[in-house]
Design a protein around this ligand. Structure first.
Ligand code: PEP
Length: 249
């Protein structure tokens, strides 16, 4: 079974609600595709107007984060039920910026992955090594740990529906893309890790994206790799280039 590609934009902390609607209206005709799942992961305050602006299009909306409790005294946090009620389908979890600046750990990411599934949200769970780890030759050990802990207690049927984004930290926002060989090697390693945790059927179905300075010029080669099922795109998702990335063929 061929896996369907998924291209998701990660807007990070960019675009006010009115700017967000303007961007959706600009990108909507450019990202129309019957072959690729298209997701706009947007800041929490933009979710409601972006869901509204995406109605009738092929674009699904994702959140950039979520808390792992149902509700209560967690000032400033957003619950999974708030996301689903607003029309969100995907949620980015464990992005390296959240791990670095907001102290997210493999364990908290795992709690969020479990909670997302409980609410029918599809997690886009991020993993990836630092430049130092790559130079020390521990890339795959580090990522295997992120994946193993991140998927703890996640059932096989749920895991099949998950998305993993491999994002080498040194390639995020730096303009320095991993080579196709580097990206494919790690994505294949992640798939092998999923086969070890579950079985070949889960590994065949789970979608693994590459992220890190994906642009209109390198998307086609990256997405043509056997184990790369699309991309998580930061900077280029805020421009017309995103349309070229979605329609990379
Ligand atoms: C990201 O934010 O997940 C990302 C990959 O950013 P960029 O495409 O800008 O490197």
């Amino acid at each position: 079974m061929a896996r369907r590609k998924i291209v998701a934009g990660n807007w990070k902390m960019n675009k006010t609600p009115s700017e967000a609607v303007a961007l959706v209206n600009e990108l909507k005709p450019l990202v129309a595709s019957e072959d690729v799942d298209v997701v706009f992961c947007v800041p929490a305050i933009d979710i409601i107007p972006v869901v509204e602006a995406c109605k009738g299009s092929n674009i699904e909306v994702g959140a950039e984060n979520m808390y792992f409790e149902e509700s209560g005294a967690y000032t400033g946090e957003i619950s999974p039920a708030m996301l689903t009620d607003a029309g969100v389908k995907y949620v980015v979890l464990g992005h390296s910026e959240r791990r670095e600046y907001f102290a997210e750990t493999n364990e908290t990411v795992n709690k969020k992955v479990l909670k997302a599934f409980e609410h029918g949200l599809t997690p886009i769970m991020c993993c990836g090594e630092t430049l130092e780890q790559r130079e020390q030759g521990v890339t795959m050990d580090f990522i295997r740990q992120q994946v193993k802990v991140g998927f703890q207690n996640v059932g096989a049927e749920q895991a099949k529906k998950a998305v993993i984004a491999y994002e080498p930290i040194w390639a995020i926002g730096t303009g320095k893309t991993a080579t196709t060989e580097q990206a494919e090697e790690v994505c294949a390693g992640i798939r092998a890790c999923i086969a070890e945790i579950y079985d070949d059927a889960v590994a065949e179905e789970i979608r693994i994206q590459y992220g890190g300075s994906v642009n209109a010029g390198n998307a086609a080669e990256l997405f043509a790799q056997a184990d790369i099922d699309g991309g998580l795109v930061g900077g280029a998702s805020l421009k017309a280039d995103f349309g070229k990335i979605v329609n990379y063929k």
